[in-house]
Ligand binder design. Sequence first.
Ligand code: AMP
Length: 282
Amino acid sequence: MTNKTLTLAVQKSGRLADAGLEFLRRAGLRFVSANRALKAPCRNFPLELIFLRSKDIPRAVAQGVADLGICGEDALLEQASDELTTLERLGFGRCRLCLAAPGPLEIEGKKIATSFPNILRGYLNRVGKTATVVELSGSVEIAPSLQMADAICDLVSTGSTLTQNGLVELETVLESQAVLVAKNGLTERDCPVLGELLLRVRSTLAAKQNKYIVMNAPEDAVEDIKQLLPGLKNPTISALANPGWVSLATVVRTEKFWETIKALKAAGAEGILVLPIEQIVE
Ligand code: AMP
């Protein structure tokens, strides 16, 4: 493929729409968006957004309507996973596809309502159970109260919709988050623009996953502090005017942030400054 402008299908409106655009903005991409009309060209990169319904995105990419797409892993697996490659997991739009029912239930032999028949059938196969899959395109939660099904298989994030409908979670079928996908065979080697886009995406993801911290510590605590920062390159250490004290600067993982801070304080670190990172370019 030549260095043409790439098209990226994103959700027009809904749960992944704002977070998707926000992620692209953080990656330094600026769009001319006329109220999310149908398309929005990027002002500073050879990329054009096309706005679609989230469920249509995997198929649109598989059919070549768009080169790339941002969609939920759930939609990807339900629709076109064999024809698409996941380039990156994007860390937003997290939810889980769950089995739920009005109370504890053994699903063997039961009726399960869902908008994800393919994923559900795959799951039943994997766990060696048999059930009747009732396909619904929406409002799946009300199926048990209408006696259309014994259980449901639907997306959950907080669980409040399940509770409102008198349902309890039984099992998790799939953990999902937003992903950047391409049609199989579109590679960075053949398409340098994709390589440049992925550099931006990966730098943005790495920045979100880490924080930069600067702290003061007594010199004799440095070895202990270094042990608390596994997997990272050595911290930068500079002398302070105060004899016997140093300043250390390093990067810590966002997911382990508070545990790390607690341990650093216990090891003698003081005056810990925490700064967000804009990009980490490897
Ligand atoms: P929407 O079309 O706005 O319902 O968005 C659907 C996509 O948002 C799904 O494919 C999921 O990947 C993602 N998502 C995140 N949280 C939830 C949730 N609680 N319920 C449904 N979809 C969710």
